[in-house]
Structures are given as structure tokens and as C-alpha cells.
Design a protein around this ligand. Structure first.
Ligand code: SF4
Length: 390
């Protein structure tokens, strides 16, 4: 039996079919694999090269970051030169949906980001605007809920982030129903694979018809990034949950095809009944989380920086510490809040945080040494408190 035949054999919970051009997500279609360009969108040849690379590795949908008028112009040029199914994620600017919809087949919005701009406009009206753009250009939508940027109004109501994330997804599924729009999928992502398993099962039980896009955010570097993604995806796909997925890894842009290869390998392993991982992800020792990078990365040294932090922190490998390294200001400040030590990149410096508190801004040359000092200090403080409590 061929891999494709094996993959078709995965038993899936029946979900509604969602159309991304000629690709069907859900509705019994094979689990599709997505990825994202890590190149600058305004570097058109590099982005086209990245799209080709991801397509050659089997990506079904490729996301491109678009944040400005100039990005939209470049997207329109890219559109003319590739037949790939393209997706864009709206960050704070929901109005961008109108500009990008003619050039893409899918738009993702994050409910947590709809509160930042035009605060006087009700969120429902913003969603209505996005839906109207999607309808006008036959785009699919993804409601992308992320534990690192949960809708602040939900965080005020639910005590537990998982309940808040679920409530946010529930609210936006309700908006879709109210607007009579069915061509949408939902993602519920966290950097913790166990949260990804739990929340996707809960959502699937509550909304069995809605197709799910699976993802572990900031899974980081290989090999741990693959392990985190594998644990989450294997455990969900094996019980029929999940219709499309993305593996997010911190890799140089020329190696981004690995994300797609690994995603495909996980799907075919599940279909063949080969389980390499365990029911739960057990974090032992230092947890390094880092974003997969994209066009928004503010300094090309980001991937190298993540690798250097990984190398430098090996001396503390046994310690229960989380270090987060993020590529830009869009998700960096929020997604480093829960880490013991957080770094997020700006163009000429790196911001260093201790939990949600900013320690300072450091040059790319000095930051790794500064993180080491921070790590040593953290270990010393812990040792002291261990002695005091002993
Ligand atoms: S943190 Fe910024 S650079 Fe990294 S993937 Fe997210 S948007 Fe892109």
C-alpha cells in the first residue's frame, strides 16, 4: 500500500468540508500540511524561492506575512508568479483582510488581536468585515486562538487560560454562525503539547463539525521541536481529531522544508499505526521555546541567536527553567511573559525579560553573555530558597 493510501486510512471524526481553492480540509479529506515563509515578503525572489521549496516538500498551503501596503503590493506580484495556495495572517489590522483577500485562498485572524486597534469598533463588526472580505473572494478563514495572546476580555472572565482560550473560540464560532459563514476552521495552539492535546479534544467534543488545524507554537529547534509536535499530533490524530496541521520549527529559511517533511512523516506514521511517542509530553529539565521565524523577524541573526542560547544554556540542562526566544515585537512581548527568561528581537537590540518584567535591551553581541548571567542568577536564587526551605 502506498503512503497516500495508508494516510487515507486514518480514522477521522467527521467534520464539515472547508474549501481552500481546490484543497478540501475536513469532510473526510486526507490531513493536509501547511507551512510559512520565513523570508522577507518584500524580497520577492527569496519569497518565491521559499514557496517553491515548501511546495516541493509537499506543503498544501503556504502562509506569507503581510503587514503593510508595500507587503500587499509584493503579495500581488508573488500571486502572479505562483500557483501555490497562499494564506495570510492578520495581526492587529483587521482591515488588511480587504487588501489581501484578492490574492490568497485563506486568511487567519487571531481573536486576541482584534482588541488592539479601533477600540470603539465592536469585535463582532470587525469579524463581520473579515467574513465579508472572505465571502467576496471565496477565501477560507481560520480562527487562530493562541495561548500566548488570548482575548483579554476572556482572560478577565475565565481563571484558567485553557477555559479562556476555549471560550474565545466558542465566541468566534458563534460569530460565524450568526454571519452564516461555514468556510472556516479553528486552531487552538500552545507551546505546551499537553495543552494542545487537551484543548483540541475538548473543542472537538463541543464542535464536532468544525475542522481543526493542529499546531504547537514555538516548538523550537530540532530534535525537541519535532518531539513536542509529534506527541501532540500523534495523540490527536490517533483519535481522529485534526484535519490539517503545521509543524513550527526554528530553522534557517533554507531548511524550512523540514517542517513539511516532519508533518507528513507524523501523519503517515499515525496512519500506519506507528507510534514513536507517549500519551503526554513530559518536560524534563530546561525548556527552550522559540518561534519558527517569518517575514516579521526583526534581525536575521534571530535563528543563530536561538541556537547560541540553546548551546549556552546546556550547563543548566537539568534545571526546571523555561527560556523563550522570539523573533519580533508582534508576538515577542506577550509570548515571553510566562517564561523564566524571555528574549525578543528588535532590529538593533534584543529585549531581555524576567517573566513579565523587562530587564533591559542589549546588543546582539552582548545578549548571550547577559542571558548567561541571568540564568546563573536565577539558579543561585533558587539554591538559596532551597536552603532556606530545607
Ligand atoms: S514571533 Fe514574530 S518573527 Fe516569530 S514567527 Fe511570530 S510573528 Fe514571526
Amino acid at each position: 500500500m502506498s503512503v497516500d493510501e495508508v494516510v487515507k486510512n486514518i480514522k477521522r471524526r467527521p467534520t464539515r468540508a472547508v474549501y481552500v481553492a481546490d484543497l478540501v480540509i475536513g469532510g473526510g479529506a486526507p490531513v493536509s500540511v501547511q507551512s510559512m515563509c520565513a523570508t522577507k515578503t518584500q524580497d520577492i525572489p527569496a519569497t518565491l524561492g521559499q514557496i517553491n521549496l515548501l511546495q516541493e516538500h509537499g506543503a498544501d498551503i503556504i502562509r506569507v506575512a503581510v503587514d503593510s501596503r508595500r507587503d500587499v503590493e509584493c503579495l500581488s506580484v508573488i500571486r502572479k508568479q505562483t500557483g501555490a495556495r497562499l494564506a495570510v495572517d492578520l495581526q492587529e489590522s483587521y482591515r488588511l483582510a480587504e487588501d489581501v483577500a484578492p490574492f490568497v485562498q485563506k486568511i487567519r485572524y487571531n481573536p486576541g488581536h482584534l482588541h488592539h486597534h479601533e477600540k470603539s469598533v465592536p469585535v463582532f463588526d470587525k469579524v463581520k468585515f473579515i467574513v465579508e472580505c472572505a465571502k467576496a473572494h471565496r477565501c477560507a478563514l481560520r480562527i487562530g486562538v493562541n495561548f500566548g495572546s488570548i482575548d483579554p476580555s476572556q482572560m478577565g472572565v475565565a481563571e484558567d487560560p485553557m477555559d479562556a482560550a476555549l471560550a474565545s473560540a466558542r465566541e468566534h464560532v458563534g460569530y460565524m454562525e450568526k454571519l452564516g459563514f461555514e468556510n472556516f476552521i479553528v486552531s487552538l495552539k500552545s507551546s505546551d503539547p499537553n495543552d494542545v492535546i487537551d484543548i483540541n479534544k475538548r473543542f472537538s467534543d463541543e464542535f464536532p463539525a468544525v475542522p481543526l488545524h493542529l499546531g504547537v507554537t514555538e516548538a523550537g529547534m530540532l530534535p525537541v521541536g519535532e518531539v513536542k509536535s509529534r506527541v501532540a499530533f500523534e495523540n490527536l490524530l490517533a483519535v481522529g481529531v485534526g484535519d490539517t496541521l503545521r509543524v513550527s520549527l526554528t530553522l534557517p529559511f533554507e531548511q524550512k522544508g523540514e517542517e513539511v517533511k516532519i508533518g507528513r512523516r507524523i501523519i503517515s506514521d499515525v496512519a500506519a499505526g506507528i507510534f514513536r511517542s507517549v500519551p503526554r509530553f513530559e518536560q524534563r529539565g530546561l525548556n527552550l521555546i522559540s518561534c519558527p521565524s517569518c517575514s516579521r523577524v526583526e534581525n536575521e541573526k534571530f535563528v543563530e541567536l536561538a541556537q547560541q542560547v540553546c548551546e549556552m544554556s546546556r550547563f543548566a540542562a537539568e534545571e526546571d527553567i523555561t527560556i523563550a526566544v522570539m523573533g519580533c515585537r508582534v508576538n515577542g512581548p506577550g509570548e515571553t511573559d510566562d517564561a523564566d527568561i524571555g528574549l525578543w528581537c528588535a532590529a538593533s537590540h534584543v529585549n531581555l525579560k524576567r517573566k513579565s518584567e523587562l530587564v533591559g535591551a542589549f546588543s546582539y553581541e552582548e545578549i548571550v553573555g547577559r542571558v548567561r548571567l541571568e540564568l546563573e542568577q536565577l539558579l543561585q536564587d533558587r539554591d538559596k530558597s532551597r536552603v532556606i526551605t530545607a
